[in-house]
Design a protein around this ligand. Structure first.
Ligand SMILES: NC(=O)c1ccc[n+]([C@@H]2O[C@H](COP(=O)([O-])OP(=O)(O)OC[C@H]3O[C@@H](n4cnc5c(N)ncnc54)[C@H](O)[C@@H]3O)[C@@H](O)[C@H]2O)c1
Length: 119
């Protein structure tokens, strides 16, 4: 079972959250255990609209360990992967916090979103 930490639940992060919920419901060996966002209002389902209409779905965040500081999440959780959906300008800092190993760009043409394997 791969334990995942999702760094931020902005517009793209919510799309990733949807996919973790779906993967878990379909029995894939992946479990989202922790979610981080600097804005705690996100954990109360208070989202800003994105550039595509994704509806007003509510999430049950009580299932996850919640953090407003990514370094604290990385320190406290035993994660196999982190999924980084931060704004682009902070990707380098987040990658460095994660140790910088095995960064795999998931999105093209620009590597906006990364999954990092924590060794
Ligand atoms: N919106 C799109 O259609 C789209 C498509 C492909 C790729 N992307 C890329 O995805 C990435 C995220 O874009 P988005 O549209 O989801 O942005 P967004 O502004 O909707 O979400 C960013 C989230 O990051 C959080 N955040 C900001 N600074 C933080 C920090 N220091 N620590 C913790 N949380 C922090 C914010 O609270 C917010 O929830 C960008 O790199 C963007 O280029 C976006």
């Amino acid at each position: 079972m791969l334990k995942v930490g999702l760094i931020v639940i902005g517009f793209m992060g919510r799309g990733h959250l949807d996919n973790y919920i779906r993967l878990e419901s379909e029995g894939f060996p992946v479990k989202l255990v922790a979610v981080c966002d600097i804005d705690p209002a996100k954990f109360e389902n208070k989202f800003l609209p994105g550039n595509i209409d994704v509806g007003t779905k509510k999430y049950d965040f009580s299932k996850y360990k919640l953090y407003t500081n990514m370094d604290e999440m990385l320190e406290k959780e035993e994660l196999d992967y982190v999924d980084i959906c931060l704004p682009t300008y902070i990707h380098d800092e987040a990658t460095a916090s994660c140790g910088g190993q095995d960064a795999c760009p998931l999105r093209r043409p620009l590597p906006h979103i990364y999954m990092l394997k924590l060794l």
